[in-house]
Design a protein around this ligand. Sequence first.
Ligand SMILES: [Zn+2]
Length: 96
Amino acid sequence: MNEETQGDAPTEGAGDLSDCRILDSEGETIEVDVLGPWIAFLCEDCGHPVLAAALPNLRGSDPAHPAVCRACGHEYFLDLRWEERRLYICTPGHGD
Ligand SMILES: [Zn+2]
């Protein structure tokens, strides 16, 4: 395949997730759809689609701005680690 590499490394908050591995809070790779800073995934509780963004103050960007499952109310936020090229989809206050 023809893989184009761009010169500049993504900076913090640049918001393009396509280079990242997407993992759930337990470190398992999960099925997602990514477009730039946006990520769509299925609710781990009910399977409803959830949309989140790795942009400041948008839904899912941090625990204070969670993306909420519209079916069951489960909350998610994105824990982005550029240096590892990893994105964790976490649930705030998800104790056990
Ligand atoms: Zn749900």
